[in-house]
Design a protein around this ligand. Structure first.
Ligand SMILES: *Cc1c(COP(=O)(O)O)cnc(C)c1O
Length: 440
């Protein structure tokens, strides 16, 4: 390899980064686990904090040079506690998966049982079994049992779950942890209905709010800390519009166990630039989060009901399709989720294929599942409202049902996107949402 080919490779990286931004500027981003952060969050991410270490707790660091880092981290914890009305916040976990590992490590031992939603019932791979390379089983050695799930209601079945826990107890396999929350998450989970029962069996209750943290922060979904959970874990970048990262919330009683599990247990560097960016996002969520969450949910409801009116099958019909930022479409009449995802991508509509209830029984697996999942977090952040959701539903129908020419739809999508290039629900938006920043 010559020096010039090194430079070519280097240039190629930047060319791809710029092309990606341009693509997203002209697309409809509907991945339910993604969002667009504000320019302020992006500014914090490129600060020098990203080049430093601050192991430990503010005021008790292992290194010098942390004066301003400590100030920001204390602000960050205060803002997190204010936003979620929690007694304790650990802002150091670097992702939602790491936040879950903090809970597993602090409140269980390898070999213990955890009860969680299965993946077709909305669970996340970080709650999963060892045989599926799920984090809980593979990394912490937990045995996983699944909540009983009602796919008509698209929710956890309370009575059958109670019976299952009693049965596990008889077998000497009483769960140590109950894990609520998930990645397909249309309706609030029955935390209130199960909390006393689970606590009566000394089961630690965690709520994984990775997807719905922004809706909870805005007061528009459910309020797990008041409904009986012990702890909440989350990602900070899904409906909560911060940098990629994690967060653990708890009551004072569990603070020490969580602090130790986070450091030295599961982090060395805690990605301090992202910590600062979390503080920025928490301040934005305190100021704008309620309005944002309300609009995000309204948009999901309109997107789901319009698609239903256009003849597509939407899960959760019995309950009005959704109370979150998501809608899930059963696409089996038109192909499978993998094919539909690819068709939509050609039209610059970005979604993900999704396992839905019934898929595993029918031997449909991850590459070719029965559904696609749509999320309204990012399009809402771009300022879109109900009428735009109707337009998006019609683009989706044009691709899935009418099989219209993808290039043609992509052109219409780009035209439609022209008016939505700035991030809303934030203090400052001088920079365009997908504007490429060149520092070289
Ligand atoms: C996305 C997600 C996670 C993982 O979060 P990362 O921040 O990507 O590590 C954990 N739990 C649930 C329910 C999720 O949807």
């Amino acid at each position: 390899m010559t020096n010039s080919s090194n430079k070519d490779a280097y240039d190629e990286v930047f060319a791809n980064l710029e092309k990606h931004n341009k693509w997203f500027e002209n697309s409809i981003p509907l991945i339910a686990s993604e969002n667009i952060p504000s320019p302020a969050v992006r500014e914090a991410i490129i600060s020098d904090f990203g080049n430093r270490y601050a192991e430990g707790w503010p005021g008790e660091r292992v290194y010098a040079g942390c004066t301003y880092i400590d100030e920001v981290e204390i602000q960050c914890m205060d803002l997190a506690k204010k936003l979620f009305k929690s007694e304790f916040a650990d802002v150091r976990p670097i992702s939602g998966v790491v936040a879950n590992l903090v809970i597993y490590s602090a409140f269980s031992n390898p070999g213990d049982v955890m009860i969680a939603p299965s993946i077709p019932a909305g669970g996340h791979i970080s709650h999963g079994k060892k045989e599926h390379s799920g984090t809980a089983g593979l990394v912490h050695g937990l045995e996983i049992e699944f909540f009983a799930f009602d796919s008509e209601e698209m929710n956890i079945d309370v009575e059958k779950t109670k019976a299952k826990v009693e049965e596990l107890k008889k077998q000497g396999r009483l769960p140590k942890i109950a894990m609520f929350g998930g990645s397909v998450f249309l309706f609030p989970h029955p935390v209130k209905e199960l909390a006393d029962f689970l606590k009566g069996h000394n089961i630690h209750i965690n709520y994984d709010a990775a997807h719905v943290a922004g809706l909870i922060a805005g007061g528009m979904f459910q309020d797990p800390l008041r409904e009986g959970v012990d702890t909440i874990t989350m990602s900070t970048h899904k409906t909560l519009f911060g940098p990629q990262g994690g967060l653990v919330l708890a009551f004072e009683k569990d603070a020490e166990a969580i602090k130790k599990a986070t450091f030295p247990g599961l982090t060395s560097s805690h990605h301090i630039h992202h910590m600062a960016a979390k503080a920025v996002a928490f301040a934005e969520a305190l100021e704008f989060g309620k309005e944002y969450a309300a609009q995000t949910i309204k948009n999901a409801k309109v997107l789901a009901s319009t698609l239903n009116d256009l003849g597509l099958k939407i899960l959760g019909e019995k309950k009005g399709f959704t109370q979150s930022h998501q809608a899930v479409v059963n696409v089996l009449d038109y192909g499978d989720g993998g094919k539909i995802e690819a068709d939509l991508e050609k039209a610059n509509i970005i979604v993900n294929r999704q396992l839905i209830p019934g898929d595993i029984k029918a031997k449909r697996h991850y590459m070719h599942p029965g559904g696609i999942r749509l999320g309204t977090s990012e399009v809402t952040r771009l300022g879109m409202k109900e009428s735009e959701m109707k337009q998006i539903a019609s683009f989706i129908k044009n691709v899935i049902v009418d099989k219209k020419d993808a290039k043609d739809i992509a052109k219409q999508v780009a035209e439609f996107r022209k008016n939505y290039q700035k991030t809303q629900y934030c203090f400052d938006n001088k920079l365009g949402a997908y504007e490429y920043v060149k520092l070289r």
